[in-house]
Ligand binder design. Structure first.
Ligand SMILES: Cc1cc2nc3c(=O)[nH]c(=O)nc-3n(C[C@H](O)[C@H](O)[C@H](O)COP(=O)(O)OP(=O)(O)OC[C@H]3O[C@@H](n4cnc5c(N)ncnc54)[C@H](O)[C@@H]3O)c2cc1C
Length: 515
């Protein structure tokens, strides 16, 4: 068996100044020198688009691939609730240290502290960057950027654009990318599926792709490869992830020697629309931001079939407020999910299946008014009503935990490089920052930190020590072999002559694994 050295390469020294000190010692390239190198980026969601735009800005020639037809279709667009940053605009005692501490504690002390401290530091720059791009974050009446709270924290540090934060951030990253597309520093390959990573002398030097329009299999060479290919929640069949999100790119990289870390650290989000029937292929998230004003409860009595409106206050169990008075409804996701499952297992779940709990806005509407709630969460309420045909302004939402995010991913060192030299992994595709549980609004923060502020430094340092390829090397044996192998694998699959659609096999596998 191969021995892997899982040395994080995090520099020694003071945690609080480590990243700034480290950056001073990283090698840099002028734009003219950078122009000699080619970088392949797979994925143009928030992590990939921000990395591609920034590396191109530095002078590198970026070739960006996505199986989507546009960067704007990446799954990042689905992010609703917000993005964290330790700006302390609310003056409620937030700081880099507090964001660092919350993230480490929220992740059950399983994350790499050096990375998390860096993330907390960079969080401030992300907001400035996005505001400069024109991202329309919510503002208070006086014009200052507004914040709300997410689970596991006692301050308000989440910046948001109604329930469309991911979409607005992605439009910002996409505009930075478009600028580089126009300058021809980024070449974008839409509808291209990465099928393999090609190694030359143990280093990642290219990829094999399939053109999803005409089926052409092709190889591409570069000086480094960056995977920004998102998470793998869809392995569970029903999840809140877009149906196209899959883990094939990371899986191929893993087969080539990139180690996978914490694969079972999967986040179960507490507030999703419950499963309705067997024909469903996907679940819908109701953003955690709703727990700022929504109260979670179940009836005190088992098998209580009364309508929520007929259950008096004293017969309701606001179990999160009862068990966790300090955090109330805003406990971390893993905690809220476990408690929801427990009360349902006790027989106190609601709705036709008994696998749901209420998320109730009655008190907030009474105290703050329906207009206030509509202003803050209007599109989320509309989405809920469109899917369930129930009006959440009049009757509580029904919610239940669902698979949502994968903290596990490709193992990376402090430089975000995998165990394969020259192969980097950023955004949800890597394992780095969230330990065993990600706090709400921290994935967008990490994806953009990696793409705008970390990889541009660490990839440049790596490349500065590499001799540029200067020419296409896809005629080499390694590329020919990888292409041949990919073609053979596809031919083998096409010959199976099965009677079931791939999706049906996936669904049955899930049922089997659940017993
Ligand atoms: C419903 C929902 C709401 C969320 N809300 C929030 C929120 O409010 N705040 C927050 O912080 N986080 C939120 N998250 C999590 C967050 O949205 C994601 O973790 C983040 O957007 C992932 O970004 P990414 O760039 O790493 O990957 P993605 O946005 O998933 O992008 C992956 C890219 O890789 C490409 N790709 C993948 N495989 C291949 C391949 N084999 N070949 C070619 N291209 C490939 C895709 O085309 C795409 O361009 C939410 C998640 C969900 C599911």
């Amino acid at each position: 068996m191969t021995d892997y050295n899982l040395f994080s390469k995090a520099p020694d020294g003071d945690l609080y100044t480590k990243w700034e000190d480290y950056k001073k010692n990283l090698k840099t390239l002028s734009p003219e020198e950078a122009n000699k190198y080619k970088v392949i980026v797979i994925g143009t969601g928030l992590a990939g688009a921000s990395a591609s735009a920034t590396l191109a800005e530095q002078g590198f020639n970026v070739h960006a691939f996505s199986f989507h037809e546009s960067p704007r279709r990446a799954h990042s667009i689905a992010a609703q609730g917000g993005i964290n940053a330790a700006k302390n605009y609310k003056g409620d005692g937030d700081s880099i240290m507090r964001l660092f501490y919350d993230t480490i504690k929220g992740g059950d002390f399983r994350s790499r502290e050096d990375n998390v401290y860096r993330l907390a530091e960079i969080s401030k720059n992300i907001i400035d960057q996005c505001v400069a791009q024109g991202v329309p974050f919510a503002r208070e009446y006086g014009g200052l950027l507004d914040n709300r709270s997410f689970g596991g924290v006692q301050v308000s540090r989440t910046f948001y654009a109604r329930g469309q934060t991911g979409q607005q951030l992605l439009l910002g990253a996409y505009s930075a990318l478009s600028r580089q597309l126009e300058k021809k520093k980024v070449i974008f390959y839409p509808r291209h599926d990465m099928l393999d990573v090609v190694l030359v002398d143990g280093k990642a030097k290219g990829i094999v792709t399939r053109n999803l329009i005409n089926g052409e299999i092709k190889t591409h060479s570069a000086d480094i490869v960056i995977l920004a290919t998102g998470g793998y929640s869809n392995v569970y069949y029903l999840s809140t992830n877009a149906m196209a999100s899959n883990v094939t790119a990371n899986w191929r990289a893993h087969r080539k020697g990139a180690l996978f870390a914490n694969p079972s650290f999967t986040q179960i989000h507490p507030t999703c629309i419950p499963v309705k029937n067997d024909f469903q292929s996907k679940l819908t998230l109701m953003s955690e931001s709703l727990r700022n004003d929504g109260r979670v409860w179940v009836p005190k009595k088992k098998n209580d079939q009364r309508k929520p409106i007929d259950i008096p206050e004293e017969e309701r169990d606001y179990y999160l407020e009862r068990i966790y008075p300090a955090f109330g409804n805003l406990v971390p996701r893993d905690v809220a999910s476990r408690r929801a499952k427990e009360v349902c297992d006790e027989g106190r779940g609601i709705g036709p299946t008994g696998f749901a709990v209420y998320l109730d806005f009655q008190k907030a509407i009474e105290e703050k008014g329906e207009d206030f709630i509509r202003e803050k969460y209007g599109n989320l309420f509309d989405m809920y009503q469109n899917i369930t045909d129930e009006n959440p302004y009049k009757t509580p939402m029904k919610i239940y935990p669902a698979v949502h995010y994968t903290m596990g991913g490709l193992w990376v060192d402090y430089n975000l490089m995998t165990t394969i030299e020259g192969l980097f992994s950023i955004g949800e595709s890597n394992f780095s920052d969230h330990g065993a549980n990600r706090l709400g609004a921290s994935a967008l923060m990490q994806g953009l930190a990696d793409g705008y502020f970390v990889i541009p430094h660490t990839a440049m340092d790596f490349l500065a020590k590499e001799t540029p390829l200067t020419k296409d090397i896809t005629e080499r044996r390694e590329f020919k072999e990888a292409e041949e192998k990919t073609k053979n694998e596809i031919a083998k699959l096409m010959k199976v002559d099965g009677k079931l659609a791939v999706d049906e096999v996936h669904k049955r596998a899930r049922k089997d694994s659940l017993g």
